[in-house]
Design a protein around this ligand. Sequence first.
Ligand code: MF3
Ligand code: CO
Ligand code: CO
Length: 298
Amino acid sequence: MMKNKRAKVHRNDPCPCGSGLKYKKCCFHKESSLPQNNKQKLYLQKHGIRIKKARDIEGIKKAGRLALQTLDLVEASIQVGITTDDINTLVHDYTVKNGATPAPLGYRGFPKSVCVSINEVICHGIPGGRILKDGDIVNVDVTPILGGYYADVNKSFFVGTPGSNAKKIVDVARECLRKGLMMVRPGNRIGDIGFAIQAFAEKEGCSVVREFVGHGVGFDFHEPPQVPHHGHCGEGIELIPGMVFTIEPMINLGKKDLRVLDDGWTAVTLDGNLSAQFEQTILVTNQGYESLTPFPLK
Ligand code: MF3
Ligand code: CO
Ligand code: CO
C-alpha cells in the first residue's frame, strides 16, 4: 500500500503555514510541553481521545483500503446521466460484499450509505434522483466499518469536462488538505493544521467552512478531538503519536456561509457558489504522519 510521507520542512525554510516566518519561528514546536509518561492516559481523561495501538491501526488501515477501493469503483462509474442514487447503490453493495457496513446508513437518522455532494452542496448530500451533468463537481464521502474499525475518506471528482471555476476550487481544496497534512507531527498543535489550511485558501481568494470539522476516528465515526480547518498556529491540543483523526477541508469559491436544507442534512453554500472537499484519515507517528487512506494530492 502506498504511504504518504511527510514533506520535509527544515528549520530555516519558510513556514508551510504561509505566515512568511521561518518554520523554526512559527509552527515548528520542538519541545513537547507534556510530561513524557502517561500522555495517553492524560489524553483520555482530559480530552476523551483514545490513542490507537498497533492492532487498531492495522484494523483502520484495512477499512481504509476498502474505502479507497470503493472510491476507485465510484470514479470509474461516474458519467453524465447517472444519479446520486446510482452511486449510493454502488457504494452500499460493494461495502456489504466486502464484509463491511456503511457507517452513514442510519447514523443520526441519515437515510443512505454514502454522502454525495454536487457543486454548491458543501457536504452531507443525500443520494437521490439528482442527475450528474457535464461539468459538475461530485464529492463522494465513504466510511466503511470493517472488523469494528472506521475509516473516513472523500474525494471530489469531475463529471465530463470541468469549467475553470470547478478546476480552481477542486485544486485549492486538494492543496488545502496537503497543507494541513504537512503540519501533522508530534509537538505541533491542532491549530497549526487549521492555520495552514486557512492561510492557503484565503490567499487563493477562497473561504473555509467553519461549521464542519475533521474529527478523531477509528473506534467510532466521530471521536474527539475536533479538527477545525481554520485557526491559529500554536493553539489547541498538542499532537501525540497514536492519534488518528481526519482532515477534511470544505473550501468555497465564494463566501464561507452555509445553510442546511429542510432535509436536515444537505449543507449548501449560502451564495450558491461552488464548494469542494478532500478527506483522509491520518495517524500521527513518531516522525510525522502516515495516511491510513492515502491517495496522491498533486
Ligand atoms: N463522512 C462525514 C465526515 O467526514 C460524515 C457524514 S455523517 C452522515 O465526517 F451521516 F452524513 F453520513
Ligand atoms: Co470525516
Ligand atoms: Co467523511
